[in-house]
Design a protein around this ligand. Structure first.
Ligand code: URP
Ligand code: ZN
Ligand code: ZN
Length: 484
């Protein structure tokens, strides 16, 4: 009789804080034992010479999401979760996106219907709040937070999504009271709109204008403003997809002042540059996301932010809008140029290997920082820790066994999303998660999917610890009195 369902034997285990050699015993989908010379497993995997890391958590991906301009992402939960598993990600947190006029509760039901029975890996949902009415703030959002949707994203830009500063204060007050984590897409809408108008008037409709319109100052101004609002109300905020030095400096300075300000960055800000949008024809649209990729100097600042701890999480911001087809980027260019192109690019499957290869193997970040940035901190930020994001007794057996030597050239034909291109085509990486386990079951092997679609479970998130206010009010006692 085997003692465990599965034993992963002889690997080098890394968590966010420790590195050690151990066998891992799995029972009932959870880690039941860690140690040397563990008893027999019904199944055994030899991990000698390999890294054994927590499965990745991608807390920023858009799956089966209808954009505010009515375009559906190419990936549904089947293709999106398969792509995640093949790249070593065992938990995804996409968005249930409210459009103005929608009931949030109904939106959540619709997204569940899209995910139910289709996902290969476990998933939770963030909410996108674009219409903070009295009903939403007073009833729907507090109830949803209590039901396990404990994080929500707001925008300071996009006509159909942007909140005014006053609305931002309203949702911040609610996040503070209910203990939810606020994610902010910070770009100054008027700067972008004004620059875009001038570019279009000058006939500059090509993809490269996107990078000019979404100027780093648009990003840093909105970041600075939201930090000020967050400080006023003593509310933790996580800035998503941070791209450039100016915004990084704002976040670092706020952190140095002791504020609970967190940052997220993504592969596109490490591996793509704005000049790729100068590619011939409409090809440059393949790199169009918001904020856009910047220049080499900014890539260096992003690396420093990852290494130095400014960034808490490294996510993909997988926003899969195809190049071809009636809703594709090329059609957008034909319909009027860069302003008509859906914003967003894919990255779910390459997120882990790209950072492992360029970051860990080049000694820019440690293996423990890698684990923190790609798994543990996501679980902590969004109330899934310690069930997810670590290798510890009692945690779900979401585990990646890495071959740190495999060389691979990224190419779309070998990825598993529903896209028709990858902006990383031809990029070389070393290292790939060769066996990926979700709750003890193999969901991918050698970068190919294994397992049944629909086995992935919905995860209710707890109120996350990092979302707690600091609770110190050295100078704005009056505001505290108002908030109660
Ligand atoms: O360009 C991007 N990032 N599109 C996806 C939506 C968002 O704002 O994250
Ligand atoms: Zn965004
Ligand atoms: Zn996004």
């Amino acid at each position: 009789m085997a003692e465990f369902d599965l034993v992963i034997r002889g690997g080098r285990v890394a968590t966010a804080s420790e590195t050690f050699d151990a066998d891992i015993g799995v029972r009932g989908g959870r880690i039941a034992a860690l140690g040397s010379g563990l008893g027999r497993g019904a199944r055994e995997i030899d991990a000698a010479g390999r890294w054994v890391l927590p499965g990745g958590i991608d807390s920023h991906c858009h799956i089966a999401q209808l954009s505010s301009s009515g375009v559906m992402t190419a990936d549904d939960f089947a293709t999106g979760s398969t792509s995640a598993a093949c790249g070593g990600t065992t938990t995804i947190i996409p968005f249930a996106a409210q459009h103005r006029g929608n009931s949030l509760r109904q939106v959540v039901q619709e997204y569940h219907a899209r995910a139910d029975g289709r996902s290969l890996v476990d998933y939770a949902f963030h909410l996108i709040v674009s219409d903070p009415t009295e009903q939403v703030l007073g009833q729907e959002l507090p109830a949803l937070i209590r039901d396990g949707y404990t994080s929500f994203k707001i925008y300071t830009t996009y006509d159909a999504l942007k909140l005014s500063d006053r609305q931002v204060l309203d949702v911040m007050a609610l996040a503070r009271r209910e203990g939810a984590m606020m994610m902010v897409h910070a770009e100054n809408h008027d700067i972008i709109a004004w620059l875009s108008e001038k570019l279009v008037q000058a006939g500059r409709r090509q993809p490269s204008s996107h990078a000019i319109a979404h100027h780093p100052i648009a990003e840093s101004e909105a970041t600075n403003r939201v930090i000020a609002l967050a400080e006023l109300l003593d509310v933790p905020v996580l800035f998503v997809h941070v791209s450039a030095k100016e915004a990084i400096d704002q976040i670092r300075a706020a952190q140095a002042r002791g504020l609970k300000i967190y940052g997220e960055t993504c592969p596109q800000y490490l591996f793509l540059t704005a000049d790729m949008m100068d590619a011939p024809g409409d090809e440059g649209a393949k790199c169009m996301c918001s904020p856009p990729p910047r220049d080499k100097a900014n890539q260096e600042f992003v690396w420093q932010g990852l290494r130095g701890g400014v960034f808490e999480v490294f996510s993909s911001d997988h926003a899969p809008y195809r190049f071809e087809g009636p809703d594709g980027k090329k059609a957008g260019m034909a319909a009027g140029g860069f302003k008509k192109v859906p914003n967003g690019i894919p990255g779910l499957e390459i997120r882990l290997a790209s950072l492992f290869s360029a970051g860990v193997l080049n000694d820019i970040i440690s293996i423990n920082q890698f684990v923190a940035l790609t798994a543990t901190n996501h679980a902590k930020m969004y109330g899934l820790y310690p069930r997810k994001g670590t290798i510890a007794v009692g945690a779900d057996a979401d585990i990646c066994i890495w071959d740190g030597t495999t060389e691979r050239t990224i190419t779309q034909s070998e990825l598993h999303d529903a896209m028709d291109y990858t902006p990383y085509e031809g990029m070389k990486v070393r290292g790939w998660p060769v066996v990926v386990l979700s709750r003890g079951e193999v969901v991918s092997q050698d970068g190919k999917p294994v397992g049944r679609l629909g086995r992935g479970e919905f995860l209710r998130c707890e109120k996350p610890d990092p979302a707690r206010p600091r609770g110190r009010w050295p100078f704005n006692v009056e505001v505290q009195t108002i908030l109660g």
